[in-house]
Design a binder for this molecule. Structure first.
Ligand SMILES: [Ca+2]
Ligand SMILES: [Ca+2]
Ligand SMILES: [Ca+2]
Length: 148
């Protein structure tokens, strides 16, 4: 069993990583400020880019906290329990977004798939790392799409 399969993922952690709900979260911060925050949080080796490994490591570390009963699955109840301050609709939306097969639990594989997908969208030069510039470009493109 590898390291990733031992621990699981909480939606709160995904949000903290900026790979899921954080993108949808309303915030008045500029893309630059967000990029700086994410880089600071995720760029473990300080090479100016966030690799898949860095994201996964951080995800697993934080996500273990979301799997309250340590069964390797995050259920809606666990999301509700770990995100008491989030609106019920937001928790439900988040849950649906990550429970890809709709079986009522978020597995590590589902989160991994989501991370991969997100990273692929942001990693414009396909080198397996997200730089600050790539992140900002991604946000800008997303914002442009949304507003016009
Ligand atoms: Ca669980
Ligand atoms: Ca599932
Ligand atoms: Ca890249």
């Amino acid at each position: 069993m590898n390291r990733l399969s031992k621990v699981l993922v909480s939606s709160a952690a995904i949000a903290a990583l900026g790979i899921g709900a954080a993108f949808a979260a309303t915030s008045h911060k500029t893309p630059e400020e967000k990029a700086d925050r994410i880089m600071k949080r995720l760029d473990a080796n300080k090479d100016g880019a966030v690799s898949r490994d860095e994201i996964a490591a951080k995800a697993m570390e934080r996500f273990a906290k979301g799997d309250l009963n340590k069964d390797g699955r995050i259920t809606k109840d666990e999301i509700d329990a770990t995100m008491p301050k989030a609106k019920p609709e937001k928790r439900a939306k988040l849950f649906r977004r990550y429970d890809a097969n709709g079986d009522g639990a978020i597995t590590q594989a589902e989160v991994e798939a989501k991370i991969q997908k997100r990273m692929a969208k942001m990693d414009s030069d396909k080198d397996g790392k997200i730089t600050r510039a790539e992140y900002i470009a991604f946000r800008a493109a997303k914002a442009a799409k949304k507003h016009g």
